[in-house]
Write a protein that binds this ligand. Structure first.
Ligand code: NAD
Length: 542
């Protein structure tokens, strides 16, 4: 019997390992990477109600940096599999939703420790191999951020449960935080293994049951996530993973009366389509679904004339090109004043010119491949457009080659047109566009930054002048959900910089923060009166 108010361990960010040459962690990780690469082809099932489900339709999995090499395949499901996953989730709901919070917390705290220890190499290696992240990018995502999500969310969960109303004399008011009445659909992107896990784990931690559809290019690390949940003790049916097309998943889910919430991260157009589908079916649902969507970005860097050129260049080279620019937060447009531009350009050319590109297995490669042929072709189209434009010039990179892997050179475009296509549209690749402005036009440029794109995810100001920082912070108030001063606009850390954007970039519910978790509960207020009135007459009637 639980008869105490338990405290949970105080969450701390998982330290990032260095993987420096000759370090133990590097040897161990590369060994696991090689064995995963060279093992007999794996066959990744769907996980429905604790069963491994396979189908006759298989799709191959290959590393983006070596697309002829076959790692294995996953099983493509149909409508009936999504329906079965919904059914299994709903059957698991009764017991899971009644499971005391400390039992749920223990599962995710255990998952964090397993990932910090025995699962770390597997999760990182799967992410390096099939999402083409270098060792550092894999470590900060697949290991550290996922661990942080689990640990901090446990702490935030208890913070939410502790929030209680006042009680006047003679009554006792209480708030209960019920899981949503139905199931939650987690629909996840390819680019962050930790986001994929968190979109399932956050609602599950709050007592919900989940149908999860991972991106088809993240299935290998998705399998490792399911193994981790299982080993941590998550009961069967709480999280069900189906590998179907988005359209098939949507058809089953958005027509179901028990659909209670969408936890989405991905592109803006897809989110808008999903929102329309939900709206068109709204009468079918028992409750209004909770909708949380973190979507695209056209993230900016603005430099003030007082900014230090080497700092600006580094914010751009790291902020734009790490993980091949495939971070929702990656800097993809920059506004640099004329006075520092020659120096920024020189340093940026030197830095980007020294990047090595290739497989993550060679840890001297800073740049790896983009995720798949669709993405490669999309980026190539943008590069071709830039090459043929009269108001833009490619000053760094601009080439790509998909013979062995989907490799795109980190590319810097300079335009004289602040509304140039690549200043406005999300490309989701290693392409940065720069607009050089007259040094006297700082304030006008801030208006440009604010108005140029539909997105408002991340952005940064670099300046040595405090008044300029103050002005930019005010004028760009609604231009970014995560705003950085004298830093690159990427690399948000759970517990430190709650992450999410507004405008076209999403519902801004801040992943890895109490705000997000509170979306997955439906509060019930309970008022208890101790001495119940027995006569209707109030004193004023006397
Ligand atoms: P995507 O929108 O192509 O896919 C996301 C998920 O939706 C995948 O599982 C996909 O299979 C599914 N999907 C695609 N079309 C669908 C449809 N019509 N119906 C139902 N499901 C569908 O995104 P992606 O390429 O995997 O990820 C990149 C995008 O995600 C970028 O736009 C990036 O900015 C965004 N992103 C945002 C954040 C954030 O926190 N704001 C974080 C990571 C990625």
């Amino acid at each position: 019997m639980s008869n105490a108010f338990f405290s949970v361990p105080v969450a701390q960010n998982e330290p990032v390992k260095s993987y420096a040459p000759k370090s133990k962690e590097r040897e161990s990780l590369l060994q696991v990477y090689k064995s995963m690469k060279n093992q007999d082809p794996i066959d990744i099932p769907m996980y429905i109600g604790g069963e491994e489900v396979r189908t006759a339709t298989k799709k191959t999995i290959s590393p983006p940096h070596n697309h002829k090499h076959i790692i294995g395949n996953y099983n493509v499901g149909e409508l009936k599999h999504v329906e079965l996953a919904i059914q299994k989730a709903l059957s698991a709901r009764e017991q899971w939703s009644q499971t005391p919070w400390q039992e749920r917390a223990a599962i995710f705290l255990k998952a964090a420790e397993l990932l910090a220890g025995p699962y770390r190499d597997k999760m990182n290696a799967a992410t390096m191999l099939c999402q083409s992240k270098n060792v550092f990018q894999a470590e900060i995502d697949a290991a550290c951020e996922m661990i942080d999500f689990f640990r901090f969310n446990v702490q935030y969960m208890t913070k939410i449960y502790k929030e209680q109303p006042e009680s006047a004399p003679g009554i006792w008011n209480r708030l209960e935080y019920r899981p949503l009445e139905g199931f939650v659909f987690a629909l996840t992107p390819f680019n962050f293994t930790s986001i994929a896990a968190n979109l399932c784990a956050a609602p599950a931690m709050m007592g919900n049951v989940i149908v999860w559809k991972p991106s088809q290019t993240q299935v290998y690390s998705a399998k490792v996530i399911m193994d981790l949940f299982k080993e941590a003790g998550l009961p069967d049916g709480v999280i069900n993973m189906v590998t179907v097309s988005g359209r098939v998943a949507g058809e089953a889910i958005f027509n179901h009366s028990d659909f209670a919430g969408l936890h989405f991260t991905g592109s803006t157009d897809v989110f808008r389509t999903l929102w329309k589908d939900m709206a068109n079916n709204i009468e079918k649902y028992k409750s209004y679904p909770r909708v949380v969507g973190e979507t695209g970005g056209k993230d900016f860097v603005v430099a003030h004339p007082s900014a230090i050129p080497s700092q600006v260049a580094t914010a751009l080279s790291r902020g734009s090109f790490e993980f091949q620019g495939q971070k929702c937060s990656a800097a993809s447009r920059a506004y640099i004043p004329e006075n520092i531009w020659p120096e920024v350009k020189k340093i940026l050319k030197e830095q980007v010119g020294s990047f090595k590109m290739g497989s993550p297995e060679d840890t001297t490669n800073f740049i790896n491949a983009v995720i798949d042929s669709k993405s490669f072709n999309n980026i190539k189209e943008y590069l071709d457009y830039c090459k043929s434009a009269s108001d833009a010039e490619i000053i760094i990179g601009g080439n790509c080659n998909d013979e062995i892997g989907y490799f795109v050179e980190p590319t810097v475009v300079v335009t004289t047109n602040p509304s140039f296509k690549t200043m406005v549209e999300e490309i989701f690749g290693p392409v940065l566009t720069i607009y050089v402005y007259a040094s006297t036009d700082f304030e006008k440029t801030l208006d440009l930054v604010d108005k140029t794109s539909q997105y408002a995810l991340t952005g940064s100001i670099l300046s040595q002048d405090r008044y300029a920082i103050q002005l930019a912070t005010k004028k760009l108030e609604n231009a970014a959900g995560n705003f950085y001063i004298n830093d690159k606009p990427t690399g948000a850390v759970v517990g430190q910089q709650p992450f999410g954007g507004a405008r076209g970039s999403g519902t801004n519910d801040k992943a890895g923060a109490p705000m997000n978790l509170s979306r997955w509960v439906s509060a019930r207020t309970i008022k208890e009166t101790f001495v119940t009135p027995q006569d209707y007459k109030y004193p004023f009637l006397g």
